[in-house]
Write a protein that binds this ligand. Structure first.
Ligand SMILES: Cc1ncc(COP(=O)(O)O)c(C=O)c1O
Length: 399
């Protein structure tokens, strides 16, 4: 298309995106009920009807996060906005902040904490492995940070951080507040904010909640909120200042910024679907369906990046077979089958496929389709994989 310039309106046709199966690292497939909710008429963000919707969304979020936290809200924006709200408010200039090195999103925590004025220290683990609670304890003891952030479900490596209570107990003993990234775990993988003593957890809508990106869950304990109230200087972000957001999401319900109404509708419907299914049943579905996916992949002759002990059902990192061009396989899946998966980030580029099994997309029929399509694409790229044994193993695991 030639550049149009202001005197020639661009030539466009009506919007008609292709029908994709979204099984990458996000966004994931959206349930038709959620799409329908998004297309219902707007009401004002201070309309009494919307005020009720806000309360419902907050209650549904508490259910999904497994928390009684009063301060549980959807942040306007994608997961990074909720992430930034956590770091911009919890971290004061000069605070020491402990972050992990075992994935892409730990590095994003570092960037955000640094911008908030934090002094960064690290707890190390290689990409593809979780944090070791002993290393976390040692790092807490030597650096005495004010805040410790970790990624519960690392989307870049398919690693689930096991034994979260061991990390939070160590942090609290050392006097640090804990921020958990639950973007790829909320609504798909066991997560118990209260029972596990997490001070702040943030997430996104477009992973296991199967919602379009745009309104992102955040929950804080009263003590985290008290810490924010006691800040020596205001948070460096006006838009994400939790003290100011309280005017809208707290008892007052007065204007701070215009809420993304349609995204809140969508989140409400997505959370209703979680509640209808039951959160524990939803975790069990992800375990079973993604378990069948990896049974099929392994039986086909493929290997996972993460060990079984820290396998993340919602994001499966699969090693690219020797000699196979990962990008070509990913392209074939999209072009020939309409299925989206992704490659690795950073040092893992070209070395892994990232296959999401999230929310509405996490269904038996989808993994059978994916196994067939991936198997054939790999064969076309010269890999020796046995598609039919893979499918048989997946079918057996599905029962
Ligand atoms: C673990 C994790 N944290 C944070 C984010 C950032 O979310 P968003 O891309 O919605 O801003 C992502 C997105 O993939 C993620 O996977």
């Amino acid at each position: 298309m030639r550049p149009s310039g202001m005197n020639h309106p661009p030539e466009t046709c009506s919007l008609n995106p292709p029908d994709r199966l979204l099984m990458g690292p996000g966004p994931s497939d959206v349930h038709p009920r959620v799409l329908q909710a998004m297309s219902t008429p707007l009401v004002g963000h201070l309309d009494p009807v919307f005020l009720t919707i806000m309360t419902e969304v907050q209650d549904l979020l508490r259910y999904t996060f497994r928390t009684e936290n009063r301060w549980t809200i959807p942040v306007s924006g994608t997961g990074s906005a909720a992430m930034e709200a956590a770091f911009a408010n919890l971290v004061e200039p000069g605070d020491t902040v402990l972050v992990p090195t075992n994935g892409y999103f730990g590095a994003r925590m570092e960037s955000m904490a640094r911008r908030a004025g934090g002094e960064i220290v690290h707890v190390h683990a290689p990409w593809g492995r979780p944090l070791d609670p002993d290393d976390v304890r040692a790092a807490l003891a030597s650096h005495r940070p004010a805040v410790f952030g970790f990624v519960h479900a690392e989307t870049s490596t398919g690693v689930l951080q096991p034994d979260v209570p061991a990390l939070t107990a160590a942090a609290h003993e050392a006097g640090a507040m804990v921020i958990a990234d639950t973007v790829t775990s909320l609504g798909g993988v066991e997560l118990r904010v209260d029972e596990w003593n997490i001070d702040v957890a943030y997430s996104g809508g477009q992973k296991c909640l199967s919602c379009p990106p745009g309104a992102s869950p955040l929950t804080l304990t009263d003590s985290a909120f008290d810490r924010i109230r006691a800040r020596r200087e205001p948070a460096r972000s006006w838009y994400l200042d939790i003290g100011l957001l309280e005017s809208y999401w707290g008892d007052e319900r007065s204007y701070h910024h215009t809420a993304p109404i349609s995204n809140i509708y969508a989140l409400r419907e997505a959370l209703r679907l979680v509640a209808e299914e039951g959160i524990e049943q939803r975790w069990a579905r992800h375990l079973k369906v993604a378990g069948a996916l990896i049974a099929g992949l392994q039986e086909m002759g493929l290997e996972m990046l993460a060990e079984d002990a820290w396998w993340l059902p919602s994001l499966n990192a699969v090693l690219v077979p020797e000699g196979v061009d990962a990008k070509s396989v990913i392209r074939r899946l999209l072009a020939d089958h309409g299925i989206e998966i992704a490659g690795g980030l950073g040092d893992l580029a070209g070395k892994i496929f990232r296959i999401g099994c999230m929310g509405h997309a996490c269904q038996p029929r989808n993994i059978l389709m994916l196994l067939t399509a991936l198997g054939h694409a790999l064969q076309q790229e010269g890999a020796r994989v046995d598609v039919s044994t893979g499918l048989a193993a997946a079918a057996e695991a599905l029962g």
